[in-house]
Design a protein around this ligand. Sequence first.
Ligand SMILES: NC(=O)c1ccc[n+]([C@@H]2O[C@H](COP(=O)([O-])OP(=O)(O)OC[C@H]3O[C@@H](n4cnc5c(N)ncnc54)[C@H](OP(=O)(O)O)[C@@H]3O)[C@@H](O)[C@H]2O)c1
Length: 350
Amino acid sequence: MRETEVRVGIVGATGYSGRELIRILSRHERVSLTYLARSPEGLKNRVETRSAGSEPRFHRLPVLPYEADACVSQCDVVFVALPSGSSGQIAAELWARGLVVIDLSGDLRLPTDKYEVWYGKPPAPKEAQETAVYGLTEFNRPLIRAARLIANPGCYATCATLALYPLIQGGLYAPNTTIVVDAKSGVSGAGRTPTQNTHFPELAGNFYAYRVGRHQHTPEIEQSLRLSDGSIILTTQLLPVARGIYVTAYVKVEKTCSIDEIDACFHRVYDSEPFIRLLPPGEIPELKHVLGTNLCTIGFHLHPNQGVLQVFSVIDNLMKGAAGQAVQNLNVIQGWPETTGLEQEWPFYP
Ligand SMILES: NC(=O)c1ccc[n+]([C@@H]2O[C@H](COP(=O)([O-])OP(=O)(O)OC[C@H]3O[C@@H](n4cnc5c(N)ncnc54)[C@H](OP(=O)(O)O)[C@@H]3O)[C@@H](O)[C@H]2O)c1
C-alpha cells in the first residue's frame, strides 16, 4: 500500500452493490481495499442460496462475517451495503467510532418518523440520521465535501431526481401540479436474496408493477426536490433484465415554454457534470446507453398543446444508482477528481 492510499472496507461485500464496489475500487488508484465483510455471524441462520465457498474468487482478501472491531482497526473509510434495517445501525456504529462511512441503504435518508412509516422498520439512531448528508453528488457537493457520514441515494430516487431537478430549479415546472414518475428497474435492484417475485419463471417473459402507492423512494424524491408530500406519483415496475433503471417522468410545464428553453435549462445545470449526458431534443435514451457506467443519460419530449413534458432518464442501478455514486461521493470527500475509478464511459454492449 502506498502512503497516500486510503484504507477502504466494504460491509456487504457479497451483495450486488458490494460486489460492484469491489469491481470499481479494485481499479481505483487512490485506495487500498483492506476489509471485506458479509452479514454478521448472528444473521447467518437464513436460507443460503450459495455457500461462501462457491463464491468466485473475486479478490485476494477473505470475506469475513462483519465484526466492528476488525473493521475499525483496518479501515479509514467504509461502505456499508446491507439490507435496510441492518445497514443504518452498523453505519451509525462505525461513524460513532471515527470512520468515514457511506451507507448505501435507505436507513439514513429520511427523518426517523417518515422512515418508520415508509420502511416499517425501527429507525437507525436519530443522531446518525440527522448528521448524514444526502449523497446525490450533483446537488450536494459542498456538504458532501465536509461530511463523515453519507446517506447514499436510492436508485429510483437518483434517476428521477436527476430528470426533474433542472425543471424545478429553473422555474419551468408548473407549481403545485402532480408529477408522474413511471419507473422500471432490472431485478438486481431487489438484491441477491431470492424471493417468489424475483424467481426466474415468475419474471422471465413477464412485467409487473409493485408497491404501487407505497414505494419508499416516493418521499425521498419529494424531499430531494424540496416538493411537498404527495407531489409525486411513483410507479415502480420490474423488468425481466438484470440491471438498469428507466424513468419516464410526466411534468406539467408553463404553457408558454418552448423546447429550446427546456433544452437550455438542462444544459445550464448539467454542462459541467462529468456523469450526465443530455440527448438532443427528440432523442430518447436506452438502458444500453449506460449499463456498466456511472452515467445518467437524459432526453425529453414536449407536448406543447397539453403543456406536458416527458423526461426520460436512464442509469445503471448498481453504478450511478448505488456503488458508482458511492465512489463518486468518496472522491468528493477526499478532494480527488470526481471521476477517479469511474472513468469507464463505454457501456456493456450488447
Ligand atoms: N441493488 C441495488 O440496485 C441497490 C441500489 C441502491 C441501493 N441499494 C441498497 O444497498 C443495500 C444493499 O443492496 P444489495 O442489493 O447489494 O443487497 P444484497 O445483494 O441483498 O446483499 C446484501 C448484503 O447484505 C448481507 N445481508 C443479507 N441479509 C442480511 C441481513 N438480514 N442482515 C444483515 N446483512 C444481511 C449479505 O451478506 P451474506 O452474503 O452474508 O448474506 C450481503 O452481503 C440495500 O440497503 C439496498 O436497498 C441497492
